[in-house]
Every structure is written in C-alpha cells, then in structure tokens.
Design a binder for this molecule. Structure first.
Ligand code: SAM
Length: 200
C-alpha cells in the first residue's frame, strides 16, 4: 500500500445549496493488497457480482473473512468460450464449507433477495461496458450499508476493448454523492476501485 491512512470524505452544502465533496483516495498495488490493507470491512457481508471461476472470491474470503460472501453469476454459455456453464460447479466445489451463498443469476436476482443496506461491500466484475456498469451501480447501491463500499474491477481503458467502467463510476459518483476511496495502480489498465457514500 502506498498511502498509510484512509481519510473520510468531507462533504458540505454551500449557502447556494451546492454540495461539495472532498476526499483522499488510498492507492494500492493491486486488489489483493487493497483487500488486505485497505481497512475494508472484515467479518461482514460481501457480494461479488461476476465470479467466473471463483479466484477473486477466494481472495476476498481470505482477506476479509466475511460473515457471508454472496457470489452471483449467471454462468451461462456465451460467445466468450471461457464463460462456460460448468464454471458454476467449479466454484461450488471451491467454496465448499465456507460461509458463502451462490446465486445463479444477475444483479436483478441479487436485488430480489436482499434488503437495503445488507452488504458492507459489493465488488462488480462483469462485462465492463459503460451501460452494464452504470446499470449495476444504480441497481446495487441501495444494498450497500452506510459507510460501506461499492468496488469493482477494470477501472481503466485497455486498448481495443469496449471498457466503460471509469466513465460509469465517475458519472455515478458525481450524480449520487459518492467518492473514490480506493484505487489500485500496478495492475493498470485492469485496476480495482472502491467508492463510498458521502453523508451530509
Ligand atoms: C471477468 S469474469 C469475473 C472474474 C472474477 N471476478 C475474478 O476476478 O476471478 C466475468 C463474469 O461475469 C459474469 N457476468 C456477466 N454478466 C453478469 C451479470 N449481469 N451479473 C453477474 N455476472 C455476470 C460472466 O458470466 C463471467 O463469469
């Protein structure tokens, strides 16, 4: 980790009603470093949306020791040959005996099952397009508890790819009063990020 402390976001309303948000962003080498050293909530409730073979799920589990780790992915055959239906069984085997709940579905299926403020942290890693990321942030932010985090992968601009995570996250932050609390750098352009809600 390159920054030793995490500052809380500062927010205020001016007499003209303009809300200003100031925050410091803690910088980490990569997502494992961020999970271990980022003061993210431990022994709490975490969701990963977009699980694939479950490798990041295991990293989250080992670093944050969650009370419950919910893993949601449709695990459907797609045009990407890596995304096979059988990946579901691989994940099921990997997390056997751990405090996990597997949902074979998307953000809509997660929304149906959990009450507002249930999760301390949500990690989004799905298609990385602007439209999908924006939709998922808007759908899932209500499930994040006060002082919790919305995080995700691919916060960068790989060449020759339709990646819109940076734009979607910034548009969401500006519109909804969240601020960038964590970012990873050595893994660019496949950085991870976390944002947190600024309370006024
Ligand atoms: C890049 S992989 C995830 C990798 C995993 N997070 C890791 O780091 O090990 C993307 C996954 O997102 C899934 N996916 C695509 N759209 C989704 C959606 N709307 N909700 C949940 N998962 C989705 C795909 O099936 C695929 O398994």
């Amino acid at each position: 980790m390159r920054s030793s402390s995490l500052a809380s976001p500062i927010a205020f309303k001016s007499d003209k009603g303009v809300r200003t948000v100031v925050s410091e962003t803690a910088i980490f080498e990569n997502r494992s470093d961020m999970y271990k050293n980022g003061n993210l909530p431990v022994r709490d409730t975490v969701l990963e949306l977009g699980v694939y073979l479950g490798d990041n799920a295991l990293d989250l589990y080992d670093a944050l020791d969650p009370e419950l780790l919910v893993l949601a992915d449709p695990w459907e055959e797609t045009t990407d040959p890596r995304f096979k239906a059988s990946n579901h069984d691989v994940v099921q085997e990997k997390v056997k005996g751990k405090r996990t709940q597997i949902i074979k579905g998307t953000e809509d299926d997660v929304l149906e099952r959990f009450r507002p403020g249930f999760f301390s942290m949500v990690y989004i890693d799905t298609t990385h397009t602007y439209a999908d990321t924006k939709r998922q942030l808007h759908k899932l932010h209500g499930l994040v508890k006060r002082n919790g985090y919305l995080c995700g992968h691919d916060f960068g601009h790989p060449e020759d790819a339709n990646y819109g995570v940076v734009g979607a996250v910034f548009d969401f932050m500006i519109t909804n009063g969240w601020s960038l609390s964590h970012v990873t750098t050595d893994d660019e352009p496949y950085r991870s990020f976390c944002i947190t809600k600024v309370s006024i």
